[in-house]
Design a protein around this ligand. Structure first.
Ligand code: APR
Ligand code: PHB
Length: 393
């Protein structure tokens, strides 16, 4: 078998790359370890930057996002028993975000790939990368029926997430990693209830952080900060709703509609970056080379920005016989990755209760929050980052 680009991983990064390459007439094969249903079963964040929406449009997968996605012009910060609106739209000269679940983005990309008759191998086991330091890379795998296959290609795109094989295939001396693990997690609940507010509420509370988000006008996604040793089974629905209510201002607490959970899970919080993002003919994108804590919902948007640079680099290579895009890929991505990592770390640090920082930690957060909502400069810095920083050349 031979193709131009082998894409490892059928998460949003791999599928979006495949779709953009297809639009540009570049062939790819996607190899995925799990089943399609498994990939769709993962509940992730749901806030898209304008540039991510634009890229979905370029890939031809924006119809349902436009029909069902919710444009949001602001967010609310809750602290000291009151909510304060950050007017993203006014502070950024007209930018906004779109609330649309990552699961739905993935489903749209899967449907588009199937409709175009493009090849995705699900349940591919023991994927192995070969020869990416030379000019003739290949990728081998074991198919569902137990047969072993090998695909020759020009390039390999490692879109296989944090636990994938791609980054692990690089000699350890060739990659530098930077990591911070936060001393808490997020307990998330999905429920068919009416959102407590029409915009997202990020709450800093003495009991810990809480976030009220949504998937649609009738489906909510709520989170509370929890400790890392807690188990999801220990949290009844009632206990979750009571804890969330306790971390909101009185008006939101009174308006909070509760109901049975459809999904409940605990996620750890981590900042992680691997540098560089290119090794010869292997290119890493998305969670394979960076993880941000979910505060600010940058994960999917950063994955999309990598894929934007990578798709353009391959287009330049094939259409213009230029390797400039490929050569600049890692540096271009990493500038944006570090800025989004910085923002996600800052927003996480501002909004969560840090067990070790004690009473002074809470006082300093209170002062920063009060400054943030009263200073146009500080609110603008939050808004610019929240809606997504512009692309640099
Ligand atoms: N072989 C084949 N596929 C693999 C392998 C492997 N060895 N290892 C992992 N995969 C697959 C996973 O099963 C998964 O479906 O790669 C895919 C990676 O998908 P994601 O983890 O969703 O990563 P990515 O596509 O980069 O999406 C980034 O996901 O975690 C969120 O916040 C993050 O929103 C961001 C987005
Ligand atoms: C979500 O809807 O899951 C979500 C929204 C905003 C965040 C994180 C998660 O900052």
């Amino acid at each position: 078998m031979r193709t131009q680009v082998v894409i490892v991983g059928a998460g949003p990064s791999g599928l979006l790359l495949g779709q953009l390459l297809h639009k540009a007439g570049i062939e790819s094969i996607v190899l995925e370890r799990q089943t399609g249903d498994y990939v769709l079963g993962r509940i992730r964040a749901g806030v898209l930057e304008q540039t991510t929406c634009d890229l979905l449009a370029e890939a031809g997968v924006d119809a349902r996002m436009h029909a069902e996605g919710l444009p949001h012009d602001g967010i609310e910060l809750c602290f000291g028993g009151a909510r304060h609106r950050i007017d993203l739209h006014a502070l950024t000269g007209g930018k906004r975000v779109t609330v649309y679940g990552q699961t739905e983005v993935t489903r749209d990309l899967m449907d588009a790939r199937a409709a175009a008759g493009l090849s995705t191998v699900y349940e591919a086991r023991d994927v192995a990368l070969h020869g990416f330091d030379g000019t003739a890379p290949s990728v081998s795998y074991t198919a569902k029926d137990g047969s072993r296959h090998s695909i020759d290609c020009d390039f390999i795109a490692g879109c296989d997430g944090y636990h994938g094989v791609s980054r692990a295939s690089v000699p350890p001396g060739a990659v530098s990693t930077f990591e911070k693990v936060y001393p808490f997690g997020w307990l998330g609940v999905l429920a068919d209830t009416t959102p407590v507010s029409h915009e997202l509420i990020y709450s800093n509370h003495a009991r810990g952080f809480a976030l009220c988000s949504m998937r649609s006008p009738t489906r909510t996604r709520y989170y509370v900060q929890c400790s890392l040793d807690e188990k999801v089974e220990q949290w009844s629905d009632d206990a979750f709703w009571n804890e969330l209510r306790a971390r909101l201002d009185p008006a939101a607490a009174a308006a909070l509609q509760t109901g049975p959970s459809i999904e409940k899970s605990i996620a750890p919080l981590r900042s992680f970056v691997a540098e560089p993002m290119r090794f010869g003919r292997l290119f890493l994108a998305g969670d394979a080379c960076h993880i941000v804590p979910p505060t600010g919902a940058k994960g999917l948007n950063l994955a999309a920005s990598d894929v934007r640079f990578l798709s353009r680099a391959f287009m330049e290579f094939y259409a213009e016989k230029s390797s400039a895009g490929i050569d600049h890929y890692s540096d271009r991505c990493l500038r944006r990755v570090w800025k989004a990592s910085r923002f996600s770390w800052w927003f996480t640090s501002l909004m969560h209760k840090f067990p070790e920082s004690g009473a002074i930690g809470q006082k300093l957060q209170d002062a920063e929050l009060s400054y943030l909502v009263s200073s146009k400069a500080a609110s603008t810095a939050l808004a610019e980052n929240y809606v997504g920083l512009p692309f640099e050349r």
